[in-house]
Design a protein around this ligand. Structure first.
Ligand code: MTE
Length: 467
């Protein structure tokens, strides 16, 4: 923009409050974001950390800002240029200089931080997803952790402050393995966008879900060894902190209810192995929490600290992110404290094959997919249709053996359906799953629309083309 006013850094630094106006710089631009602060999807508090100064290093850390859409939003607020131009603008170092290697097969939704899906046709290939194909959901750079000096700290109410090395965890507690599916609450988010009303968040298709055999020790055993009694009245929540941080020392954090943490049938693990190998760096090396039956965001990776508390984690991701609201609530009227943090997730399913737009024969079509439900509610049935949901068939299920109420792993399914006689052109394939509590999926996404685009579990539909 030509003819913009020039401001020096000192002038920008005077604008840090509602009263003065909230200014930031990005490269050599000066922006008055006062009107945007409350709408910041990452929370007003986060944006306020940058008030009066450059946002460049924040954007280098949270690179989901690096899209034409976000740059466009920022451009609307430009009021001037930084005196001295580009030379005066900061050149942030790359906080992602130490990321692990990843397979090119992963479908990358964001590079920095790494967010990638497992390709559809690989999801259904085996009941357990290979480590290097397991979906990755990182909010921050992957921390570099030295296993020899690593200590898990336990503190808070009702426990003795304890520090445990990896060796302590591996030798002083009984090992336990579970097969459990992790799913991001944003899985299938794209479908809200195609339902007509856009949401904010990574554009996940249905591949931010995977299953592994996790091995470690029970969180319950470790908490009890630290002195936590059953039904300790001072403790309602178990908080977890990751070792991944941003430049403001914000760590990834989340919490679960103490009842889940201490339930012998809850199977919450502190896992050091994934499918028989040491945890890969992307999945939490050297130690992560696995909270089976619960949204992936509570399974904190690179866990460094566990806090027994009367309160939930105060982290942004517990308080202001992974929550769902009615379709009447939007960014301008959301009261984050009015909804509980998502823990267990609703029943869902997905047609992984054939992909949308595939040309299929006019006699029959074979569908493959997955189905999963939260709270350990195993999948009992997947209904499939090759005529948009007018008539239904039963898919054949493949599952690992699991006890009722402890069905932590998904079911994979397959069905071969007749194509309606004489049909040519677009054909709608549909699936819907039912869990052992007889919960099933809503017919469409529009009525469950929510501003963060979480918990999308409507019937999954795929349009193929009959030759
Ligand atoms: N733990 C830490 N420390 N940092 C994170 O960014 N992401 C969470 C959770 N644990 C995250 C984390 C989210 S949102 C999900 S869905 C799962 O990890 C993803 O686990 P995965 O990357 O092993 O698939």
């Amino acid at each position: 923009k030509a003819g913009l006013k020039e401001y020096d850094k000192e002038e920008v630094a005077k604008h840090r409050t509602k009263e003065t106006g909230i200014w930031v710089t990005y490269k050599d631009g000066v922006y008055d974001v006062s009107k945007f602060v409350e709408q910041h999807p990452g929370g007003a508090a986060r944006l306020m950390l940058a008030a009066g100064g450059p946002i460049d290093s924040f954007w280098a850390m949270y690179q989901q800002h690096n899209t034409a859409q976000v740059r466009g939003i920022l451009a609307e607020y430009q009021i001037g240029r930084l005196k001295g131009g580009a030379a005066a603008a900061p050149k942030p170092a790359d906080p992602y200089a130490h990321e692990p290697e990843r397979l090119p097969a992963l479908i990358v939704r964001s590079q920095k931080p790494m967010n990638s899906e497992t390709p559809m046709e690989l999801l259904t290939a085996a009941l357990v997803t290979p480590n290097d194909l397991f979906y990755v959901r990182n909010h921050l750079p992957v921390p570099v952790v030295n296993p020899d000096t690593y200590r898990l700290k336990i503190e808070g109410e009702g426990v003795r402050a304890v520090e445990l090395s990896l060796e302590d965890l591996k030798t002083k507690f009984k090992r336990h393995s579970i097969t459990a599916t992790l799913q991001c609450t944003g899985n299938r988010r794209q479908e809200y966008n195609t339902s007509g009303r856009p949401v904010k968040g990574l554009e996940w298709d249905g591949g931010s879900i995977s299953t592994a055999v996790w091995t470690g020790v029970r969180l319950r055993d470790v908490l009890r060894a630290a002195g936590l009694e059953e039904d300790e009245p001072l403790v309602q929540h178990i908080q977890f902190e990751g070792l991944d941080t941003d430049m403001a020392e914000t760590v990834y954090g989340a919490s679960i209810e103490v009842d889940k943490a201490m339930d012998p049938a809850g199977d919450v693990l502190l896992a050091f192995e994934m499918n028989g190998q040491a945890l890969p760096r992307d999945h939490g090396y050297p130690l992560r929490v696995v909270v089976p039956g619960v949204a992936g965001c509570r399974s904190v990776k690179w866990v460094g600290k566990i806090i027994a508390s009367a309160e939930e984690s105060t982290s942004f991701w517990q308080q202001k992110d992974y929550k769902s609201f009615g379709p009447n609530v939007d960014w301008d009227n959301v009261d984050w404290s009015s909804a509980p943090a998502i823990q267990a997730m609703p029943v869902t399913s997905q047609i992984c094959e054939p992909a949308a737009g595939t040309q299929v024969d006019d006699d029959e079509v074979t569908l493959k997919g997955y189905a999963w439900s939260g709270s350990g509610q195993g999948i009992i049935r997947v209904d499939v249709s090759a005529d948009g949901g007018k008539t239904w068939h039963q898919a054949e299920l493949k599952k690992v053996p699991q006890k009722r109420g402890r069905g932590w792993a998904w079911a994979l399914w397959e069905a071969t359906l007749p194509v309606p006689k004489g049909h040519k052109g677009p054909l709608e394939l549909v699936c819907k799953a039912t869990d052992e509590s007889y919960n099933t999926q809503p017919e469409s996404a529009a009525p469950i629309w929510n501003l963060r685009g979480v918990n999308c579990n409507s019937w999954h539909r795929v349009l193929v083309d009959v030759q």
